[in-house]
Design a binder for this molecule. Structure first.
Ligand SMILES: N[C@@H](CCC(=O)N[C@@H](CS)C(=O)NCC(=O)O)C(=O)O
Length: 276
């Protein structure tokens, strides 16, 4: 693993690191914030999965998360959103290919060779992190924005016991019924919609729910509401009688101004769940 940068940040360190990913078949870059406590003992960790067009850098520089993580003694992981590089398949559209891995393991060409973001986030990167840094493997939580909210919710529901809590900012809540989902699942997973359900938070909510603490924030003035379909997840939570909070935030759009407005509440929410 190569250190790209390490900067002092709220008493801790904001690092950026690169490693060779065997799962994705390319080099991957991630951001990791370690609070001051990590110098003395392993600390709990909050994963932040980003949305379309993002690298590890967007949330790391725009969400304003580090001050809150430092206050609660939490580490933050900021992974990239897809495999990268000249030899990795891509598409001209911003919502397919590099920057748009959708947190699935692709089974269709040309994507199958590198696009295994599910395995990367749930298996390979955790092993890299736990081996290399002072992190507590049994105290993890997950959040994400948009496509990353979809990834966070899917992983939390599919991996019971892994995450104490899950939250999401404007998640792609019902991708099997949205052009942010149907297009990508057709490309990555093929036309058989039976394989898609495992990656739809509203369907997973109806089938599994989440055993742990759950918080969703959605801007009521989000320009992508018709693609995100928050109502499907809200209906599923009610039908499942899922404990948790779903908030429509008046006036907020899809941007990082929305994320940064509520990140402090999300981090406090995860810190409380991780302290149980
Ligand atoms: N570029 C796309 C929108 C992409 C977009 O809004 N991406 C969100 C996540 S879905 C994001 O976080 N963008 C990067 C940023 O704001 O830093 C468009 O104009 O339609």
């Amino acid at each position: 693993m190569e250190t790209i940068s390490e900067n002092a940040c709220f008493g801790g360190v904001q690092g950026v690191y690169r490693h060779a990913s065997a799962v994705l078949g390319c080099d991957m870059t991630f951001g990791l914030f370690l609070p001051a406590e990590a110098r003395r003992h392993p600390v709990p960790v909050l994963w932040y999965l980003s949305g379309l067009t993002c690298t590890h850098e967007n949330a790391m520089t725009k969400a304003g998360a580090q001050a809150h993580a430092a206050a609660h003694g939490l580490a933050l992981v900021f992974p990239d959103t897809s495999p990268r590089g000249d030899g990795v398949a891509d598409d001209d559209a911003f919502d397919l290919g590099q920057g748009a891995g959708f947190y699935v393991n692709a089974t269709r060409d040309p994507w199958a060779k590198n696009y295994r973001m599910w395995d990367y986030i749930t298996d390979e990167l955790p092993r890299v992190l736990m081996a290399g840094f002072a992190l507590e493997e049994d105290r993890q939580a997950i959040t994400g924005h948009s496509m990353g909210g979809h990834g966070a919710l899917s992983m939390a529901m599919q991996l019971p016991g892994r995450f104490a809590s899950v939250s999401a900012f404007a998640p792609i809540a019902n991708p099997t019924a949205s052009d942010w989902g149907r297009k990508q699942f057709t490309a990555y997973l093929g036309a058989d919609e039976g394989t898609w359900a495992a990656h739809d938070s509203s369907l997973l909510m109806l089938e599994h729910g989440f055993r742990g603490d759950l918080l969703i924030d959605q801007g009521a003035s989000d320009q992508f509401l018709d693609l995100l379909r928050p109502e499907a997840l809200a209906h599923a939570m009610a039908a499942r009688r899922q404990s948790g909070t779903f908030r429509m935030q008046a006036g907020y759009d899809h941007s990082y101004f929305f994320v940064s407005s509520f990140i402090g509440e999300h981090i406090a929410f995860h810190a409380k769940a991780l302290a149980k």
